[in-house]
Design a protein around this ligand. Structure first.
Ligand code: GLA
Ligand code: ZN
Length: 666
């Protein structure tokens, strides 16, 4: 498969929304900004297929000709992310039925029923026609299928498809009834046709939770698979005509609805859209990048970011001077081979007219944003292919699992405040703050590649996982896991015999009860070092079964019971953190675990800076970024290395102001 030979720099471009004179101006201005790439045709289905019988590619031909003449790297979308109005009118089945059971009318986007035969037929046909027409164009460097797939549908077509999916999964109704624990409330199913989709009219609850996690989890898996089948159907249609070009679709970081690890197996390259809010911690953005890289353990594309402002958040702050540049380099540092914006020219109407763009409504080059885009474009040109294809390596793996995400957030009790991504991020942040590289890994990863595996809130332990974690630890690995782990299997039925179920033996503890602490309550953990820290949210009441206690509760009727433990198992260690610790307490425990595991920082110094390493054939490339308000000195360990952007060697005197970036070649 052909990969990129320069960093794609550009983004979503919708010349179809503008008169032709503007196209010429665009080309001139983009040349000035060193833009070399455009993502086109994202929402043009209605234009390409104005009626059921008619297709018209003339405008797209002109756009692609123009971009080809300008030697652009074209990302060609298939346009199936928004339905044409005629289709919704003639075939209402293409619209979705929502969680409340309401069948939708024409409007909005990203909302086709994945199991509508009409949608399937026409989306695949359009993809095929595009591939047939443009697949041979060497300027097309990537196919972009649909756009930001997501959401869910509860229509009759989906219901029928769900039953088929279930038959394939379970074979018999006995197996299904057992998995869903239908004896509870007498929900026994005697015929496949009795199964209904679990929206709020069925087993779903008003608050998005569920009476039966078994069916709801299967529905989520089915929905993710069904939408993925839309993707693979378009992909396969493209492959008939074009065997060479990469195919992707743009993902959304920790988006809950789709099992991206499963999706990534069907994608040639992962791409994603990064829209942090004004107050999103940089560590969280870094985590999302690492997750997107982790999906294929490979470099990815940044398909979208705004050059400055969003429109759809509550408070759409401007990016401060230098912020977009720093954010872009953070993206590259964590594994991106492209920097693409949404969008290249700010639209004139509809809900995104306040969304930032390379060209603002004033329509000229004389804006702060345009100048910043131009500067970055020039720098990326200087960087050339130095980082392309280079790899991020890590000694720490953090498990991220969509099944677990769904199950944890479906479950009723012990607390509604236990959300998945927040807790994963707390653990990630420890490593981020210390410049310890992390890979975000699936539940069935090869753990043996890591010194330290961290599996926070591993509520669901699926078949095979406990065994592979056990052999990882037996062979000398260090595992950290926490409260609300090892509780259920893949259908949300409890692993009987005491928590944390299949992790109990290696953790050397038995959790007898789990207390939930309301937001205004907390407890204390007294560490064996004498340090104390507050804890909250949940408190496991546990007994040692071989593990040693590293800290015990300071208050309440379980005062003195272990709260944090460490167990030696084979040649390795298991840390079990039984309560939600305050940051400094958690850090103390993770310091110990990291030391046990022999985990190294990217460089030994440089506290307060973000330092990330990608390894190319020519050696290591260090990205040094300052996201703090205070100035920082270049860490001594990196002095003497050459900055790829300025060509100069950095010294102890080199100072990084907020948003400054250095890219140092070993
Ligand atoms: C998403 C979409 C784009 C655009 C941006 C705006 O990422 O893919 O079409 O709507 O949001 O931020
Ligand atoms: Zn449907």
């Amino acid at each position: 498969m052909k990969r990129f030979n320069r960093i794609l720099y550009g983004g979503d471009y919708n010349p179809n929304q503008w008169p032709r004179e503007v196209w010429e101006e665009d080309m001139k201005m983009f040349r000035h900004a060193h833009i070399n790439s455009a993502t086109v045709n994202v929402f043009s289905w209605a234009k390409l297929q104005p009626s059921e019988e008619k297709y018209d590619f003339s405008e797209l031909d002109d756009i692609i000709d123009m971009l080809s003449r300008e030697n652009y790297e074209i990302v060609l979308a298939t346009s199936t992310g928004a339905l044409p109005a005629w289709m919704a009118k003639k075939y209402p089945e293409v619209e979705r039925t929502d969680y409340e059971g309401r069948h939708h009318k024409f409007g909005h986007r990203h909302n086709a029923c994945p199991n509508s035969p009409v949608f399937q037929k026409y989306s695949v046909r359009l993809a095929a026609k595009l591939a047939q027409r443009y697949g041979g164009n060497p300027h097309i460097k990537c196919w972009h299928i649909n756009n930001e797939y997501g959401g869910e549908c509860y229509c009759e077509n989906c219901e029928k498809a769900f039953r088929v999916w279930l038959q394939k999964k379970y074979g018999t109704l006995e197996a299904l009834n057992e998995a869903w624990n239908t004896e509870f409330w007498g929900h026994t199913i005697y015929d496949w046709d009795e199964i209904v989709l679990p929206n709020v009219l069925g087993d779903g609850m008003e608050n998005g939770r569920t009476a039966f996690a078994g069916i709801s989890l299967d529905y989520r898996r089915f929905n993710s698979d069904g939408i993925l089948a839309n993707y693979t159907a378009e992909r396969d249609a493209i492959r008939e005509f074009d065997q060479e070009t990469l195919i992707t679709t743009n993902l959304m970081g920790t988006y809950k609805g789709l099992d991206y690890f499963k999706w990534a197996k069907e994608m040639d390259i992962v791409s994603w859209d990064n829209y942090p809010g004004y107050n999103t911690p940089w560590s969280e953005t870094a985590m999302c990048h690492d997750l997107m890289r982790g999906l294929k353990d490979a470099p990815f594309m940044l398909m979208e970011q705004t050059p400055s402002q969003q429109n759809w958040q509550n408070y759409n702050a401007l990016k401060r001077p230098g912020q977009m540049r720093a954010q872009s380099y953070q993206t590259i540092a964590h594994g991106a081979d492209t920097i693409q914006f949404f969008q290249l020219r700010r639209s004139v109407g509809a809900c995104e007219k306040f969304h930032g763009a390379v060209i603002a409504h004033v329509g000229n080059e004389n804006t702060r944003v345009f100048r910043e885009v131009t500067q970055l474009g020039a720098e990326l040109e200087t960087l050339g292919d130095a980082v392309l294809g280079s790899r991020n390596e890590a000694q720490v793996g953090i498990v991220f699992d969509w099944d677990n995400y769904w199950a944890l957030e479906y479950t009723s009790g012990p607390t509604i405040d236990l959300t998945y991504v927040k807790h994963i991020h707390e653990y990630y942040k420890y490593f981020y703050d210390r410049n310890i590289a992390v890979n975000m890994i699936p539940y069935d990863a090869d753990f043996s590649q890591y010194k330290l595996v961290v599996a926070p809130v591993l509520y669901m332990v699926k078949e095979g996982m406990a065994q592979s974690l056990e052999s990882f630890v037996e062979n000398g690995g260090t595992l950290v896991t926490t409260y609300m782990s090892g509780i259920v299997g893949q259908s949300d039925n409890v692993h009987l015999g005491g928590y944390p179920g299949p992790l109990r033996k290696m953790a050397g503890v038995w959790v007898e009860e789990i207390d939930a602490l309301a937001p205004e309550l907390s407890n204390e953990v007294v560490m064996i070092t004498g340090d104390t820290c507050r804890c909250n949210l949940v408190c496991d009441l546990m007994h040692l079964e071989g593990a040693e206690s590293l800290g015990s509760y300071g208050e309440d009727f379980y005062q003195g019971m272990p709260a944090v433990t460490k167990n030696s198992y084979g040649k390795g260690h298991v840390y079990y953190i039984g309560t939600h610790l305050e940051e400094q307490g958690l850090s103390g425990i993770l310091d110990q675990a990291s030391e046990d595991a022999g985990v190294e920082r990217v460089v030994p110094d440089g506290d307060g800076l973000e330092i990330v390493c990608r390894r190319s054939q020519k050696g290591r490339i260090y990205f040094v970024l300052n996201f703090k308000d205070q100035e920082k000195h270049m860490p001594a360990s990196l002095c003497g290395k050459q900055d790829l952007l300025s060509g100069e060697n950095v010294t102890e005197k080199t100072v990084l102001k907020k948003y400054d970036v250095y890219i140092l070649q070993e």
